[in-house]
Design a protein around this ligand. Structure first.
Ligand SMILES: [Zn+2]
Length: 580
């Protein structure tokens, strides 16, 4: 379906490309052109030109160029038709469509509904900002840290505590109000408002057109439904709508990351804290349609809600979407019992931090399982590992499963090889660890030393002393390294338990992957070190620690794991030698 050519040209002549571009780019006049910094690539000199006489833009840096519709398409991530519609609405040009029986009529109705919504947004907004009966709502918002400026930015509104004020005053035909979900015919056959005594959050589609409202009661209200959303209409489908995407999408594209929250105030909280990449589902779980929409803007999806509470079914869906849409789902963690809306006032920095250190979804769930278990007894260690392995086995990628299994091995001090074997079949093969893994199991440190003796070349480059948690293992490691793996010579350098470790390692054998074992040790050592550095105040050090946390997440990506290991070994070496 297309738009009639004449209409496209009418839109083109009704607007000025300089005005449109000028809303995104600061322009200065140079001869016939206006010049500015290109919004499509990063630059310090102005390579970006716009000309009113030709109606075209061109960047000599990145070669972006075209007419005003192309500009809107590129900068707002719209298709051609949507870009024309966007500018038509602005220019007041009525559009006609070319094909499809009834298509033109639908489009026209849609346009009408959007206009009604726009009118309602403005009406409710004015009510909040100016009307005496909006005071309680203003006070409430202010108490949540939402100032008048923020209310205007997000176009918040107030639905009066009355049953038909909007329908009476807005001056829109009843059928339109009904079709857009703002009013309904009550038992007495009169038009009644859908929203009453609620703070309203207008919901816009990705092009910035208002399509629905979310309404929240004020504290102390006896209305049992805290939130109420518009019903679905011709212009609003919950499963395909994300609150905030209209404001966030450009930042989302730049960061290649989107934060998905649970509520409207969470989105606003992130924006207030300088994290302009947040969106929220509108009273539903995240759907595949949402992911498809987000995929157009970013490949990294950070969940800012308790995704694990959604259960196992949700987990399976997330893994499937990761694969199908090539996105990475991770989970941001917040201080106990706090939501992003609260944190925006009390600790905005923690929101940025939570996003930059988000844990891959599987890692998040595994950590939950590990934290919930006890590892003080052999039985407890086995059970804890078992519960984590069940979760790991839900993941479809064997490399990912192997990596996590080795992390579980380090945490529970069980041999990585045994746990890795349990995840190698994966899928539905729910390996139940009956009398699992030898109870006198040797830990990951011992396995690494054994491999160092027997397969020096494979593992030596990946081991440093700081990887070993216990002094005896460190002493054993030093002795083996100093003698280049000559066991007889190494034994002479140490005594007591360290000697015992070397002697046992010399006669042990593990069929496991040396890289895997060393990574497991490294990840555990980095976590140990980070946990000891929570009181660091030097900003450089804090930055490096944050980077280490981010790099740690790369272990889950087979393509990045090698570089990550190199960087983390360096980080650990710097930390441990400077404090020694
Ligand atoms: Zn450019």
């Amino acid at each position: 379906m297309g738009i009639v050519d004449d209409d496209i040209e009418r839109v083109r002549t009704a607007i000025s490309i300089v005005d449109i571009v000028g809303e995104y780019v600061t322009l200065r006049r140079v001869g016939r052109s206006l010049v500015g910094l290109c919004p499509f690539h990063s630059e310090k000199s102005g390579s970006f030109n716009v000309r009113e006489d030709t109606g075209r833009f061109k960047c000599f840096g990145c070669n972006a160029g075209g007419d005003v519709f192309k500009f809107i398409q590129d900068i707002e991530h719209l298709d051609f038709v949507a870009s024309v519609e966007r500018l038509a609405l602005r220019a007041g040009v009525e559009l006609h469509y070319t094909t499809g029986p009834g298509a033109g009529k639908d489009r026209k109705r849609r346009q009408q509904l959007l206009e009604v919504m726009e009118k309602a947004v403005a009406w409710y907004e004015k009510r909040l900002l100016e009307a005496p009966d909006g005071r309680a709502a203003r006070d409430y918002l202010r108490s949540r840290g939402i100032t008048g400026e923020i209310a205007r930015q997000f176009r918040l509104g107030w639905a009066p505590d009355d049953w038909d004020t909007l329908c009476r005053e807005i001056g829109v035909a009843d059928d339109l109000l009904r079709d857009v979900g703002l009013g309904f015919t009550n038992k007495r056959g009169r038009m009644q408002d859908s929203f009453r005594a609620r703070v309203l959050f207008p919901i816009f589609d990705e092009t910035g057109a208002p399509v629905a409202f979310g309404g929240r009661v004020l504290p102390g209200s006896d209305d049992p439904a805290k939130y109420k959303n518009s019903s679905e209409t011709a212009i609003y489908a919950k499963s395909r709508t994300l609150y905030g995407v209209n404001w966030a999408k450009n930042d989302i594209v730049k960061a290649d990351t989107v934060v998905v929250c649970e509520g409207y105030t969470d989105v606003i909280g992130f924006h207030r804290s300088g994290v302009g990449i947040a969106v929220a589902t509108c009273g539903t779980a995240l759907t595949e349609d949402h992911v498809r929409l987000l995929k157009r803007f970013a490949t990294k999806v950070v969940l800012a809600f308790d995704a694990d509470a959604a259960g196992q079914g949700a987990a399976a869906r997330f893994y499937e979407w990761e694969k199908r849409y090539d996105v990475q789902v991770s989970v941001a963690r917040f201080a106990q019992g706090k939501d992003p809306g609260d944190l925006a006032s009390s600790n905005p920095e923690s929101l940025r931090e939570a996003v930059s250190t988000a844990t891959p979804f599987l890692g998040f769930r595994v950590k939950r399982a590990l934290d919930a278990g006890t590892i003080t007894t052999p039985e407890g260690r086995a059970r804890t590992a078992e519960s984590a392995i069940v979760i790991i086995n839900e993941h479809p990628d064997i490399n990912v499963r192997r990596l996590y299994a080795s992390e579980v091995a380090v945490f529970t001090n069980l041999p990585a090889q045994d746990l890795v074997r349990m995840v190698e079949r994966g899928g539905n093969a729910r390996v139940v660890v009956a009398t699992p893994v030898r109870q006198q199991a040797e830990g990951a440190g011992f396995v690494a030393l054994t491999m160092l003796i027997h397969r020096w070349n494979d593992i030596a480059p990946w081991l440093i002393e700081a990887l070993f948690a216990q002094d005896t293992y460190r002493a054993a490691f030093r002795a083996i390294v100093e003698t280049d793996g000559n066991v007889e010579a190494a034994i002479l350098l140490v005594e007591g338990e360290a000697r015992d470790i070397i002697e046992r390692a010399a006669v042990s054998d593990f069929e496991t992957d040396p890289i895997l074992e060393s990574r497991a040790l490294l990840a555990a050592a980095v976590r140990r070190e980070l946990a000891q550095r929570v009181h660091i105040t030097d900003s450089d050090e804090i930055r490096q620690d944050r980077q280490a946390r981010i790099t740690l997440a790369d272990f889950n990506d087979p393509r990045k794991a090698n570089d990550a290991a190199v960087q983390l070994l360096q980080w650990l070496t710097n930390r441990t030698t400077s404090t020694a």
